[in-house]
Design a protein around this ligand. Structure first.
Ligand SMILES: [Zn+2]
Length: 584
């Protein structure tokens, strides 16, 4: 922390009591007590976003019944902007504030409370005194009815699980709290006490999960050479259909489908999520872009480096699962080909660079619309591909001596541990160059800040692999759109891909596809049966309630479907790179 605070502001004593008298209606009631005040005006604020999820979510929208009192008498607490309440405290040393938070959004970055549990995503629950982010606070939890457990990485006070201590607000906002009757089990790994806290039930096998998560944790710690926590908590929310994850300093929140643990695909995907969010405890929570900490909780925090923070984490989540042998090399290569297919089938790859994708996460990635595929890419997806390219480049150039692991460890040691700050774009580039043994100006110009197509065979070739397109011989026509079929069997256009028949000849999102050449459309998947590339057809649509016929020339589908295969007669150098890359 590096805040300039006045003498008066450093002495406050802050505590919160969180109770749930109406948990069944999704409410938490918060009482905040501040004493030791010496200033004239106290501004209380709620963060507008939560680190790791790059969207202004306006958490203050869920606050109601805000009131303040001092010396047993009410004091005015008017709002002065969307997330700040101002209290005149001249002559008063202590203030008590009460408010309610409505928490009814199931996600890993929002709070959710019902009669079965309370999940507190701290940045949307706790208001903080302006300019006092460095202040410690104590949190008392008063559980609803029979709730018996609290799971969080915050420290208990005097061994009481319902009394917690946050050393400052950055840590409080980075420490979600689960209250209820979750299933808690744990293990020790790389010197850290791990807890897995399962809410919502599910067909998981505790012993298997402990064993496999243990392997992932050890593999990740080995990259960085240390595990900086003492205690780490996986809070897992199991729902009928759940997903997603959000990283924190010493914990993570994961969403899962409660029946997903029973299938190979579902279980592997859960382990991938575990590997991803846990990898973040180094990459982004500690080794971070320079603007991502100390955070500005009032505004967007812009960085062009989410392709490292998220993309490399996406790359490592799969490589790590491969290293634990929970994936075969073939599993891994299939998954990697899937990443290629996502990028290559996105018209946005010709429009938005990965650095732009990162910077605009706040207004584009988290706010997609029907045209997003035409204009944007994902810094997760392209970042993972760049991770692969640089990993293979470094392994190849160093003849198997180094890999991307060395860059990550070096950057962590150099910036988080030694310089105790985040990295700039130029500094991370220097980190790559150190291990690649060459300048990467062209690489950055082409792939980070440019739109040069990825030469997959060049990079995979280092390890004796190549891509083939399973659809290369396909000459089938395609309209180039996606649809949804409504309950009354109407086929409605949901997206139109740039450069395709539908795009060029003017079919729009929200058009109802009614007929092709006088044949009524009842099933979107078979509407082009019997048609050939080059055919001219008439598409009958209904737009805004009015019928319209559009002449359309059918173009060949441009979709690719890559798979990764070994080259014939791989050289000793290629086999050496392959061995190092895939931990064979
Ligand atoms: Zn992530």
């Amino acid at each position: 922390m590096n805040l300039s605070v006045s003498e008066a502001q450093t002495t406050a004593n802050i505590s919160y009591t969180v109770s749930f008298p109406e948990a069944q209606a999704h409410y938490a009631d918060i009482e905040m007590h501040i004493s030791g005040l010496k200033q004239n005006v106290l501004d209380l604020k709620m963060p507008v976003w939560t680190p790791g999820s790059y969207l202004v979510r306006e958490y203050a929208k869920n606050i109601e019944s805000f009131s303040a009192e001092a010396g047993g008498k009410p004091v005015a607490a008017p709002k002065i902007n969307k997330n700040t309440w101002r209290i005149a405290v001249k002559g008063k040393t202590a203030v008590t504030v009460k408010y309610r938070v409505y928490a009814n959004e199931i996600s890993v970055r929002t709070s959710y409370i019902d009669a079965s549990h309370g999940f507190l995503s701290s940045s949307g629950i706790f208001i903080y005194p302006a300019n006092m982010l460095h202040q410690p606070s104590t949190i008392h939890i008063k559980p609803y009815q029979n709730w018996a457990k609290v799971s969080t990485s915050l420290e208990m006070v005097n061994g009481d699980p319902f009394t917690l201590r946050a050393p400052n607000y950055d840590i409080l906002f980075d420490s979600p709290i689960e209250v209820g009757n979750q299933d808690v089990f744990g293990f020790d790994a790389s010197g850290v006490k791990y807890e897995i806290c399962m809410y919502g039930g599910g067909n998981y096998d505790k012993e298997r999960l402990k064993k496999d998560v243990h392997k992932i944790v050890e593999q990740e710690a080995a990259i960085y050479g240390e595990n900086p926590n003492k205690h780490y908590v996986f809070i897992v929310h199991n729902h009928l259909r759940g997903g997603g994850g959000l990283e924190h300093l010493s914990s993570t929140v994961l969403g899962a489908s409660r029946d997903a643990y029973g299938t190979d695909k579902g279980y592997q995907s859960f382990l991938g999520l575990v590997a991803h969010e846990h990898f973040h405890l180094w990459n982004v929570k500690r080794l971070r872009p320079i603007v991502l900490g100390p955070f500005d909780y009032d505004n967007e925090n812009y960085t062009t480096n989410l392709w490292i923070a998220e993309g490399f984490t996406e790359y490592y989540q799969e490589i790590i699962v491969r290293r634990t042998n929970l994936y075969s090399p073939e599993n891994y290569l299939d998954q990697l080909a899937g990443e290629f297919n996502i990028l290559e089938n996105l018209p946005g790859k010709n429009v938005q660079t990965v650095a732009e994708s990162s910077f605009d996460a706040w207004i584009k990635a988290y706010r997609p619309n029907e045209n997003s595929n035409n204009t944007t890419i994902s810094y997760y997806n392209k970042g993972a591909i760049i991770g692969m390219m640089l990993d293979l480049e470094i392994i190849n150039d160093s003849k198997g001596l180094h890999s991307l692991d060395d860059v990550m460890k070096y950057m962590y040691t150099e910036y988080y541990k030694t310089k105790k700050r985040g990295y700039t774009d130029a500094e991370f580039k220097q980190g790559f160059e150190k291990f690649a043994g060459k300048k990467l100006d062209d690489f950055y110009k082409n792939y980070i800040n440019g739109l040069t197509p990825v030469d997959y065979n060049k990079y995979l070739g280092y390890a004796g692999y190549k891509i083939t397109d399973e659809l290369a011989d396909n000459n089938d026509p395609a309209l180039g759109l996606t649809t949804v079929t409504t309950a009354n069997k109407k086929v409605i256009v949901t997206s139109v891909s740039r450069g395709t028949s539908a795009y060029i000849d003017g079919i729009n999102v929200n058009d109802e596809l009614a007929a092709i050449d006088d044949n009524l459309i009842t099933d979107a998947s078979s509407m082009l049966n019997g048609k050939k590339t080059g055919d001219k057809i008439n598409v009958g649509i209904i737009r805004d309630g009015l019928p319209l016929t559009l002449p359309v020339t059918l173009l060949k589908s441009t979709r690719v479907k890559y798979k990764i295969e070994p080259v014939d007669n791989a050289t000793p150098q290629q086999l050496l790179v392959r061995k190092k890359w895939l931990s064979l």
